[in-house]
Design a protein around this ligand. Structure first.
Ligand code: HEM
Length: 183
């Protein structure tokens, strides 16, 4: 139920870069491990050369029925053999975002930023999973995870560049972009 991303010295993914997009960076680590657990464990004593982020795959907040059907029809699942490149992009949104109502956020997210409509064309090449962590007390609100074949790396760059230009992203106050390859 809880997915833990641990940046450190070992793990199934070899980290190739960690770029601070907005706000405080995360320290560089050579490897990332991804594990699942039934309960959230207390954070260990923070160490200088490791970090740990926990999130939970939750229910949809903004997606409407027709959009969900479109997504389900084209999206790929995680763990494809050819998808040996991945990105972990932890994101925190600002207080002003969270003070909006659900309806106001949906307007910004989709009616004005077209997060879903403009991202659909990147499926199934880019597989994705959103993890929520705002209520778990960590430093981010979301952990976003993407898997793709190395040949689709430039497609992924196009996707992140597009989203970062939207009105939705004006509410992003911390974003770190971790890239890796499967070991
Ligand atoms: C939320 C689709 C790429 C960051 C969502 C949601 C959908 C979606 C359907 C809404 C979930 C809900 O209803 O609660 C997609 C598709 C993508 C894509 C199809 C293409 C592969 C990305 C990328 C990023 C990103 C590249 C980060 C750079 C987020 C975040 C949320 C989100 C942070 C949560 C927004 C919030 O609840 O305030 N995405 N997305 N997405 N996505 Fe994407």
């Amino acid at each position: 139920m809880f997915r833990t991303f641990r940046g450190g010295q070992s793990g199934g993914w070899r980290v190739t870069s960690i770029s601070p997009v907005t706000g405080e960076p995360l320290p560089f680590v050579p490897a990332l491990s991804v594990t699942d657990s039934e309960a959230v464990s207390l954070p260990q004593v923070p160490s200088r050369n490791a970090w740990r982020l926990v999130g939970v795959a939750s229910n949809l907040r903004y997606t409407e029925r027709a959009e969900k059907q479109q997504l389900v029809a084209v999206q790929a699942g995680l763990g494809r053999l050819e998808a040996t490149s991945a990105a972990l992009i932890p994101i925190r949104k600002s207080q002003s975002w969270w003070e909006l109502t659900q309806e106001e956020r949906r307007k910004i997210f989709e009616d004005r930023s077209h997060h879903i409509a403009s991202s659909l064309r990147f499926l199934p090449a880019i597989a994705r999973q959103l993890y929520h962590c705002r209520d778990l007390g960590g430093p981010f609100d979301f952990l976003t995870w993407f898997e793709f074949a190395p040949a689709d790396a430039s497609l992924f760059e196009e996707l992140v560049a597009m989203l970062r230009r939207t009105e939705e992203w004006t509410y992003v106050e911390r974003e770190v972009d971790v890239r890796m390859v499967k070991e």
